[in-house]
Design a protein around this ligand. Structure first.
Ligand SMILES: *[C@@H]1O[C@H](CO)[C@@H](O)[C@H](O)[C@H]1NC(C)=O
Ligand SMILES: *[C@@H]1O[C@H](CO)[C@@H](O)[C@H](O)[C@H]1NC(C)=O
Ligand SMILES: *[C@@H]1O[C@H](CO)[C@@H](O)[C@H](O)[C@H]1NC(C)=O
Ligand SMILES: *[C@@H]1O[C@H](CO)[C@@H](O)[C@H](O)[C@H]1NC(C)=O
Ligand SMILES: *[C@@H]1O[C@H](CO)[C@@H](O)[C@H](O)[C@H]1NC(C)=O
Ligand SMILES: *[C@@H]1O[C@H](CO)[C@@H](O)[C@H](O)[C@H]1NC(C)=O
Ligand SMILES: *[C@@H]1O[C@H](CO)[C@@H](O)[C@H](O)[C@H]1NC(C)=O
Ligand SMILES: *[C@@H]1O[C@H](CO)[C@@H](O)[C@H](O)[C@H]1NC(C)=O
Ligand SMILES: *[C@@H]1O[C@H](CO)[C@@H](O)[C@H](O)[C@H]1NC(C)=O
Length: 325
């Protein structure tokens, strides 16, 4: 027994990256080795319990890290070993200088509910392994240097509520399984190179509130399904190649405050049902081929502060009722 204790002490004492012996029961050794890599200000073995170090929240036993939040600390280095913190529920590394691929080992963090890697320099593909994160509710990979297609394995993220992948170089099309995520409330994929059509089922089973896909190469129609649940609050589809008209069903969304569909190839008339969108504040549809009358129903939207219909092919007169805008 004495011998066993001694060898354990020696092991921990000489711990290094290459010979990390992880314990299922105590994350301290792992945290120390992670600190050798990323040197977090305020971390260090100075007598305080590691659970009190900056950004760390432990479980009730003060042994396992459940939350690691290190946003905007200008950190760099290799984050691979974070995948050894098996009890993690929340991981926020946003706004640092981390680069290289997203570690596939993050897919082993089976308790993870929140993952924010946004605003770093992560590059390469989204690892397929992330599709195993069955508890994940929020995934933010925005503003990195990621490429390739959205992997189909991510359809395993059945609990996803917030899915943010904007400002990367993703290509291919938006997979239709995104429309099958029943809890999805926020989907942002703007500023990528996504092509193809917006999946027809998007919004048909979820309570989608925010959809922002601006600055891609999306074509085809604006699917009316995005309005079917009536929960949409912000819709931004500016700067794509969308065609067809704004669906009549838009009138179903009383809480919709922002509609930005400028710089597309949209045509046809603006549906009168827009008068039902009582929260409407911004309506931007410039640089399209919209036609017909400028409808007086806009006047029913009492909070409308911006109406941009420039560079279309409207005819007729501007309704007097819009004078108050
Ligand atoms: C040491 O402990 C104190 C709290 O007692 C903490 O403020 C400090 O950041 C810790 N770390 C280092 C490396 O000094
Ligand atoms: C990080 O370290 C792992 C091994 O621990 C290595 O496989 C990986 O390539 C490293 N990543 C970077 C970006 O250096
Ligand atoms: C994930 O866990 C499995 C099983 O413990 C292990 O075999 C695999 O190497 C781990 N993956 C990574 C990338 O760490
Ligand atoms: C990333 O997305 C999550 C979920 O929407 C959000 O809570 C978080 O603030 C975002 N992170 C940044 C840095 O914007
Ligand atoms: C998407 O980008 C990847 C990596 O940049 C490239 O290899 C692939 O050919 C591209 N696919 C499409 C459909 O453009
Ligand atoms: C989405 O759900 C529908 C209806 O349940 C199903 O028919 C379809 O195959 C699913 N699509 C994908 C890509 O999973
Ligand atoms: C708009 O509201 C009117 C009356 O409130 C209702 O009859 C009509 O069905 C609504 N139209 C849409 C498209 O929601
Ligand atoms: C817009 O309408 C004009 C005139 O009807 C037509 O010549 C042009 O091709 C249309 N442009 C688009 C992008 O549909
Ligand atoms: C108009 O804006 C005010 C102030 O932001 C808000 O309280 C009110 O609910 C809005 N009206 C509608 C119909 O959304």
């Amino acid at each position: 027994m004495a011998f066993l204790c001694l060898s354990y002490v020696l092991l921990v004492g000489f711990l290094s990256k290459s010979q990390l012996v992880t314990s299922q029961f105590n994350d301290k050794a792992t945290v120390l080795v992670i600190n050798e890599e990323i040197e977090v200000p305020g971390w260090g073995d100075n007598g305080t319990n590691f659970c009190n170090w900056r950004g760390i929240t432990c479980n009730l036993n003060h042994l396992l890290v459940e939350r690691l939040a290190l946003p905007r600390l200008d950190l760099r280095g290799n984050v691979t070993l974070i995948s050894e913190l098996k009890a993690l529920k929340q991981l926020d590394l946003s706004g640092n200088n981390f680069h290289g691929p997203i570690p596939s080992g993050f897919g082993n963090l089976s308790q993870l509910e929140f993952l924010d890697l946004s605003s770093n320099k992560f590059e390469g593909l989204i690892p397929r392994e992330l599709g195993s994160l069955r508890s994940l509710k929020s995934l933010n990979l925005s503003n990195n240097l990621l490429v390739g297609e959205i992997p189909d394995e991510l359809q395993g993220l059945e609990r996803l509520e917030e899915f943010q992948i904007s400002s990367n170089n993703f290509n291919g099309s938006i997979p239709s399984w995104v429309g099958n995520l029943t809890s999805l409330r926020v989907f942002t994929a703007y500023e990528n190179e996504l092509g193809g059509e917006i999946p027809d089922n998007l919004g048909s089973v979820s309570e989608l509130k925010l959809l922002n896909l601006h600055s891609n190469q999306l074509k085809g129609p604006i699917p009316s399904n995005i309005f079917v649940m009536g929960k949409l609050e912000v819709l931004v589809l500016t700067q794509n190649r969308l065609s067809g008209g704004l669906p009549e069903l838009v009138g179903n969304c009383q809480g919709l405050s922002n509609i930005r569909i400028g710089n597309n190839d949209l045509e046809g008339v603006i549906p009168k049902a827009i008068g039902n969108v009582s929260s409407l504040t911004y309506f931007e549809a410039d640089d399209n081929n919209l036609s017909g009358d400028i409808i007086s129903e806009f006047a029913q939207c009492s909070n409308l502060t911006l109406l941009n219909l420039a560079s279309n092919v409207f005819s007729g007169v501007i309704p007097l009722s819009l004078d108050s805008l």
